[in-house]
Design a binder for this molecule. Sequence first.
Ligand code: FO1
Length: 313
Amino acid sequence: MYAVLAGGVGAARFLRGLAAVAPPEDVVAIVNVGDDLELHGLRICPDLDSITYWLGGVVHPTQQWGRVHERFTVAEELARFGHEPWFTLGDRDLAVHLHRTARLREGVPLSVVTEEISRGFGVEQRLLPATDDPVETRIHTTDGRDLHFQEYWVRERAAPEVAAVRLAGGDDAEPGPWVVEALLDAEAVLVAPSNPVVSIGTILAIPGIAAALRTTAAPVVGISPIIGGTVVRGMAHKLLPAVGAEVSAAGVARHYGPALLDGWVVDERDAAAVPEVEALGIRCVATDTIMDDVEVAASLACTCLELAQECAG
Ligand code: FO1
């Protein structure tokens, strides 16, 4: 079984590749919930939903989040009452949030509701919320504002300078059910090419998860989300400096450190970084990590599993 630390789109693309080379029962994704927000009284879990839609084959292919064949009738009707949503919810997407919110109100934990939703989309891989406890990624800007991650990323278009990133509630959060077991029982732990600060960082900020990663006998292999000094998508290049990390393939490996990583996969464009990463005591290989299609993602997944076996040896 492979346990994958996962954020949103980059992780979803990678998981689609892993799903092509490993049986579904061998894949467990431990997914960031720091991006979650409440709108119109509904609980929205963007990273869990992005992964569900990608693995379920219903993601909007160019937008890379949300649903294909989506309509926005509800959003249009809400505008009558002055709701000018900076975070647009489509009609199909709303059905997921309605079900999730109703079940949470019945006292059902997010981990159980997530399994119900995955099953509804025919997703057989296990998607585990990193925690069932309330956590929220907060972005502190240099002009003194404290923004929810989605306010920063979607409403402010990641324009404000970032002073600090904090996972509100993180210190008290317990790992979700099966998360620690997955990390301890895994044959390999894979760190998806997600945002090292607000996706992977928020998962690692949960004390029980960091402890399990220090304890597990499984090799930990990550994929650099930074290619040629920048990102394929998202805003990691704007957040890494706020945590003192260099915006480079080697810089992220150094940020995670040899205490976490046994292996690191960089893009072939960053092959020159391999010796620098290996000097950290982290095995490193370069390959094509631009997952434009599932074949590249599958090949990347194989490279990670091979590197994990080398590290285990
Ligand atoms: N991203 C945007 O840039 N604009 C949006 O209006 C928006 C709405 C939205 C609704 C549901 C959802 O699950 C994701 C949504 N996203 C939107 C993407 C989100 O901000 C994250 O980038 C992705 O979920 C990847 O983590």
